[in-house]
Design a protein around this ligand. Sequence first.
Ligand code: PEP
Ligand code: MN
Length: 300
Amino acid sequence: MAIELRILGRHQADEHNTAFTYNGVEFSQNNLHTFAGLNAVDTREYVEQTFACLQNHGQVCARMGAYKPRSSPYSFQGMGKECLQWVFELAGKYGIKVISMEVTRESHIDEINEAMRLSGNATGAMLQIGTRNTQNFELLKAVGRQHEYPILLKRGFGITLDESLMAAEYCASEGNTKIVFGLRGMKTNFGDPHRNLVDFGHVSVVHRLTRMPVCVDPSHSVGARGASPEGILDIFHVAAQGVIAGANMLLVDMHPVPKKSLVDAAQAITLEELPYFLEDVAIAREAYEKRLALAKRIGL
Ligand code: PEP
Ligand code: MN
């Protein structure tokens, strides 16, 4: 391997295994979890409806954005710390164990800690590093220095895979190896009409080079609700493409009333679509498991 992944690389001995269990949920290269939910927290009603829907469909993980890095300073910047405690309390009420939540500066970790404590540790958090911060090295070191929360490190949209893997290694080098590596598409007009060029062909590459579980984000990759002629959303198609290649986590924007979503409204699926999405994902997962069995049987 050209790059030096001392901790996360596969060349290392078993003590560097990066499978982990957090708040009762196991993350590894061998299983799959869906994190659907609000791109950005807005109202209490929408948050509660979202958690209730997830619970109804057997889900214990969710996404919720409180701190939103936006391209424009005039766009909604997220509700910030004021929403954290009630979001965590509601999550606990509906049995949610892990919420993926982006942080953009070190003090956000302290705010999450404090709100989590005030909520009576009602749920758990996974600290998301967004694509705009993949090489914010001080932030990487800060999330790596805390060993409580796992990390979802999203690939940078305009840097090489190696550079993004090194960003994950930055976190690990500070002692936190509970890291999920997130693919979310690359910024180039060659992906048009998708928002980003889908990079889920790299699921197997990250599996091969590291021991990290791999997340795919079909929402930020596709960015819109286009569908194939038979009516299957592109978001569903690319999610299935990630899952059939062995992805271990799905991060999906979902909103009770997508057009009211304050961030990325065009790419949210509805609550009514969740069971359909989960069933579609299960089909792809079953196909992946059959592919594994086939590979084992042929045994090249
Ligand atoms: C997000 O998941 O809310 C997000 C901003 O994603 P990305 O960093 O991949 O753009
Ligand atoms: Mn976004």
